[in-house]
Design a protein around this ligand. Structure first.
Ligand SMILES: [Zn+2]
Ligand SMILES: [Zn+2]
Length: 130
């Protein structure tokens, strides 16, 4: 019996990873170190939904993963953001470990708001030193 279940998402990640365009800094604070790649569309949930719809069995995942990746290229490669570990953790503390697919747009908005806040803070700090 093939036992792949828990690792399915790992097979997808391993395959898709090479296509990730990871930025060299955090989108929010421009930090260079400890960067993570965050998907606004939770991969585990996307895969679960797709597998239910297409009735893909665990043991077939190696055959199907390229199809899944091809059909989800916007979610895998475009609706994603590079964040430093701190901001990545902060996002997940708000939206949960595996954010619902319905919150993708909210997450993107949150990230943009944090970025603006960060920029404002820099400007404010600068003016106090002038
Ligand atoms: Zn950051
Ligand atoms: Zn994440």
């Amino acid at each position: 019996m093939v036992k792949l279940k828990r690792y399915c998402i790992k097979y997808i990640r391993d395959r898709a990873k090479s296509g990730y365009v990871k930025d060299d800094k955090c989108f929010i604070c421009n930090e260079f170190d400890d960067l993570d790649f965050h998907h606004f569309y939770t991969l585990t949930l996307l895969l679960k939904r797709w597998r239910l719809k297409n009735k893909v069995e665990d043991e077939d995942i190696l055959e199907w993963r390229d199809v899944f990746i091809a059909q989800h290229s916007p979610e895998l490669y475009e609706h994603a953001v590079t964040l430093c570990h701190i901001h990545h953790m902060k996002l997940h503390s708000i939206y949960g470990k595996n954010p619902n697919l319905g919150t993708a747009k909210k997450q993107a908005r949150w990230v943009n708001i944090q970025r603006e806040k960060h920029e404002k803070n820099i400007i404010n700090n600068r003016t106090t030193f002038i």
